[in-house]
Design a protein around this ligand. Structure first.
Ligand SMILES: [Zn+2]
Length: 174
């Protein structure tokens, strides 16, 4: 797992090993690999937002080397299914064919728009972008408040420093 500090909120975002493995398996390491993506679902535990599941890509998504457009109906079905199981939609992920990925203008707009248009109790939506470098170097993680996408700082990969992942207060996610 990898932990990220969520700004000054005192919360941390923790991405499970399973999700990291899923991300890693879709890295665009060859020129013919197409962008992949999906949704992120989390459980809230104290000050931790634990990202336990990453969905996608789906057969019905539209995918190209520098383009990814998810099947919106499938996304809604996933949100319903995970909600029933007590998991919250927390954001989205997709790949980029660059070593250390940075969000495009479209990425920033779409996660901000998703945040503004959705009915939810969160103060931010997560955007994860999977590049070609080994994770976590090749992983961009940011949180949009509906206007600005803030990049999160990695707290490192070691599960043995688990206590360091729990930082302070709690207002970003309720
Ligand atoms: Zn992108």
């Amino acid at each position: 797992m990898i932990g990220y500090e969520i700004g000054m909120s005192g919360q941390s975002l923790v991405i499970s090993g399973e999700v990291l493995h899923h991300f890693s398996s879709y890295r665009q390491l060859r020129w013919w690999h197409r962008e992949a993506g999906g949704q992120l679902f989390a459980r809230f535990e104290g000050n931790q937002v634990l990202v336990t599941h990453a969905t996608g890509p789906r057969q019905t998504d539209r995918r190209a080397r520098r383009f990814y457009h998810p099947d919106r109906m499938a996304e809604q079905r996933e949100v319903d299914v995970f909600h029933q199981a007590g998991h919250h939609f927390i954001g989205t992920w997709h790949t980029h064919p660059e070593d250390r990925p940075t969000p495009s203008a479209i990425d920033i707009d779409s996660i901000s728009e998703a945040f503004r248009l959705s009915k939810h109790a969160l103060n931010g939506f997560v955007l994860a972008i999977v590049g070609r470098s080994q994770l976590p170097a090749g992983l961009y993680v940011g949180i949009s408040d509906g206007a600005v996408l803030h990049q999160l700082k990695s707290l490192g990969r070691s599960p043995s420093h688990h206590s360091a992942l729990v930082v302070l207060s709690e207002d970003l996610v309720s």
